[in-house]
Design a binder for this molecule. Sequence first.
Ligand code: GLU
Length: 493
Amino acid sequence: MSVRVRYAPSPTGELHLGSLRTVIFDWLYARQNKGVFIMRVEDTDQARVVEGSLKRQLYDLAWMGLTPDEGVYLNEQGEVGQKGDKGPYIQSERLPMYAHYAAKLLEDGHAYRCFATAEELDKMREEQQARGEIPKYDRRFRDLPKEESDKRAKAGEPFVIRHALPLDREVKGRDVIRGEMVFNTNDLDDYVLMKSDGFPTYQLASVVDDHLMEITHVIRGEEWIPSLPKNLLLYEAFGWKAPSFAHVPVILGPDGRHKLSKRDGSVNVAEYRDKGYLPDALFNMLTFLGWSPGTEEEFFTRDEFIRRFDLTRVQKAPAKFSFERLDYVNGWYIRQLSVGELATMLLLVLQKAGVPAEPGNYLLAVTASVQERLKHLDEAPEFTRYFFVRPDVNTELLELIIPKKGDLESTRKILKLAVDYLEKIPCEEWTVDVLDERLRLFIGMGEYSNIAVLWPIRAALTGVSASPGAFEMLHVLGKDESLARLRAVIAVG
Ligand code: GLU
């Protein structure tokens, strides 16, 4: 049987790093088994549905290159579409199916109607707590005779449908990551399958859908472990074969004490896109949270990830997120881009930040000069503004150009001599190598220290304390612009 995995987002918020890691594992597992990656939308908790969140999550996933083979996707017009023959793939469009299966459970005695009101259940819980017990549904409607239950339902009394769990039963489940897991039904409630509004709960809907959509592997966050015995008993009640389950560990914040949250920094995928992280960097970072190839290797292409990933080697222990590592990984992927690819990305970022960059050779040269240093694209305006905008000549700049142990007067004298000297270099020879050679000659002739010459040139050209070095700046800016900037500094005062 071919592998079929599903990612089952709820449209109740934005795509979170934790969910993205689950999708990545789904996708890798499907791809490496030549299986099918399905997207199913779980929107049965209608009160929590957030307008536009589904589209945004699908957009984020498409940006990550994680598009489904089947199910819900974003079409070329940017609208939500569905494809595949096991649909609909949006749960709110499948209500009759859940009603059908809930009725079947009722009929077979695996489920029962519960007519308890919210107030009644609150009171029950309060009393249990007062007695020092853990609050738990007390099965008060489990033995209601069928005729009476039917009569009350017919009369329009609101009810929920609960799963009649076997009493005092050991439930054994196998988890791909965690091995055998044992539960006892004494620790479980007769939980709700159908709510009074006619919508199923996650428990019913996910089991019915996973069965009807022929899902073979359910990969989900470890917060769903408590659902495992309920799910397994539901498969049993229906007489269906359960899929394999893999519960992936939670992602902890950098201090390793709590789940990664907004307090630690950005948690939504869209925020990382806006800050200039590359999809491949997020993919790498998240795949390595919980999984490791067992070697020292740190970087893989997607194809290599597909070959190397092993769901059974995902660890049980929670994994810690590191913002520093993400920067490091992102820097590596930025360096793997061609200069042209990176320039195209930077152009958007620069224009958005109001830096007057334009496509062309100059942009390519600027890009090449910062490629080594960029950790995320967002740094580009800061790192490259001076390539496009002349620094203001003001007191700050005049202070900046003074090297250690120097003073303004002698610095400007040196700059003036350097300009006269540079002027003689023909435009065709204005390359990093030639500039390097000539300026070193100049330094030698004047018996200056390197810093006494190279610092003021670099600082006067850029107006900032950190940038590519003097030769590279002179080269990228070109002869005319470089000399114009240097002269402007010499001219004042
Ligand atoms: N809709 C669930 C969620 O939002 C999916 C859990 C699962 O994968 O079964 O987390």
